[in-house]
Structure formats: C-alpha cells, structure tokens
Design a protein around this ligand. Structure first.
Ligand SMILES: O=C(O)c1cc(=O)[nH]c(=O)n1[C@@H]1O[C@H](COP(=O)(O)O)[C@@H](O)[C@H]1O
Length: 235
C-alpha cells in the first residue's frame, strides 16, 4: 500500500553513481521530470558532488546523501550537522548504536537519518567472514529494533527483509531498499536483490536504483518503467 505521505514518483531514488558533476548534470538533464529524488554517494560525493546537493534542492529535487557514516560519536554528529546544512532529505549511517544515537541527536529538523542494517552485497558467508555470529535476517532485525529504539527515521535493508522489518517497526519508519533489479537485469555485486514491484509489495517505501538506470541505453525510459512498476504494485 502506498504510504500516505509519499508520491509514487518520489519513491524512486536514482543513485548518481558517476565520476563527475558534469556527468551527473548530464544524466539529471536527460531524466528531466521523470526523477524527483537523487542519491549522492561515495563516487560523486568525493568528486565534488556534495556541492550539487543544495543546487538540486533549490531546483525542487530531493537528495539523499549516502556517505554511510561510522566513527566516534562526536565526529558523526559534526558530519551530520554539515550534511543537514546542504539541504539533504536523507543521510545514511551504519547501524551501530553509538553512531545512530549521535546522528539522531545532531540531525536538526529537516534531515532524516537512515540506518544501513546489512549491506545488500552481503550474504551469510560475508557476515561470517566479517566476524558476525548472526545471520543476515537476525542481524537486520536486531539492528532495526535498535534503530527504532534510538529514534532513527528510517532503515536501509534489502527487499528480502522488508516485509519482516515492516512487521517489526510498524508504519512510521521509512524503509529504503537498494539491490533493486528489474526483471532480466544483471545483479552485478548485489547478492540480496528484488524487482521493483516485489520490493514495493514487500513494504519498501523507497527504492534506490543505480546501474539499471545510470547504465541504461535510455535512462529516462528505464526510470519511467520502474515508476510504472511501483504504481502497478500499489504505490
Ligand atoms: O545505502 C545505500 O544506498 C546502499 C545500501 C546497501 O545496502 N546497498 C546498496 O547498494 N546501497 C547503494 O545503492 C546503490 C545501488 O546501486 P546499483 O546496485 O547500481 O543499483 C549504490 O549507490 C549503493 O551504494
């Protein structure tokens, strides 16, 4: 079911995973009114892309600053204060209690904090190799509960966990789902993937999509197809 507060088109977040501001601006121009919500992550952010955040906000676009902060509390808090000044809508931190608490306390009134539960490129073996005892679903669920207790605004998880997480945290927290792959598209390095329609049906509020749009021969058509799939799934 569509969350009352979110327009269908706003539920698609296109990851501007590109090497320069010029390349990002060219893609944004091509996508036009098809895309209303963009993500600036490591690649573009470290190539001058953070300066694009206030510009996009001035043009009426929403922006997700995805730098997945994780550091001592004071450093996280100062970083979040700086991201809030850019006019971003969402910012990510890794779902560690100290980190989430510092981010929530520093976020101000307009920035929303998303906690990344378990990266969508991880499976059980990857977690085990990193020293975790819990499997993917148990760790996602434990972190979702901790995030909710600490007052975090939303969670990043894969479509595979979305329905269970929604059942645990209820309707208030935003569920943001990467690892989105329209039928027939390559998974690449993602291990926990889902189609746009299935992820929406599972309870995701927002879908984060990079390569299936950015690398498409016709990015605007790819974005429009995803928005249609979101609408068909009840979003
Ligand atoms: O926080 C994120 O956005 C994120 C979390 C996660 O668990 N997995 C994940 O893929 N992402 C981001 O979502 C985008 C997915 O890109 P594609 O795999 O190209 O669609 C990338 O920009 C990732 O950094």
């Amino acid at each position: 079911m569509k969350p009352a507060h979110v327009d269908t088109r706003d539920r698609l977040i296109v990851a501007l995973d590109l090497s320069s501001v010029e390349a990002a601006e060219a893609l944004i121009a091509r996508l036009g009114d098809s895309v209303t919500f963009y993500k600036v992550g490591y690649q573009l952010g470290y190539a001058g892309g953070l300066a694009l955040v206030p510009k996009l906000a001035e043009r009426g676009k929403k922006v997700f600053v995805d730098l997945k902060l994780h550091d001592i509390g004071n450093t996280v808090a100062k970083g979040i204060e700086s991201i809030a000044k850019l006019g971003a809508t969402f910012a990510t931190v890794h779902a560690y209690p100290q980190t989430m608490q510092a981010a929530v306390e520093a976020r101000g009134s307009s920035l929303k904090i998303l906690a990344v539960t378990v990266l969508t490129s991880y499976d059980e073996d990857d977690l085990h190799a990193a020293g975790y005892r819990l499997g993917v679903s148990d760790l996602v669920e434990a972190r979702a509960l901790q995030a909710q207790t600490l007052g975090v605004d939303g969670l990043v998880c894969s479509g595979e966990e979305a329905a269970t997480v929604r059942g645990i945290v209820g309707p208030q927290m935003a569920l943001v789902t990467p690892g989105i792959r329209p039928a027939g598209s390559a998974a690449g390095d993602q291990k926990r993937i889902m189609t746009p329609g299935r992820a929406i049906a599972a309870g995701a509020d927002y879908l984060v999509v990079g390569r299936p749009v950015v690398e498409a021969a016709d990015p605007k058509a790819a974005a429009e197809a995803i928005v249609s799939e979101i609408a068909q799934a009840g979003g």
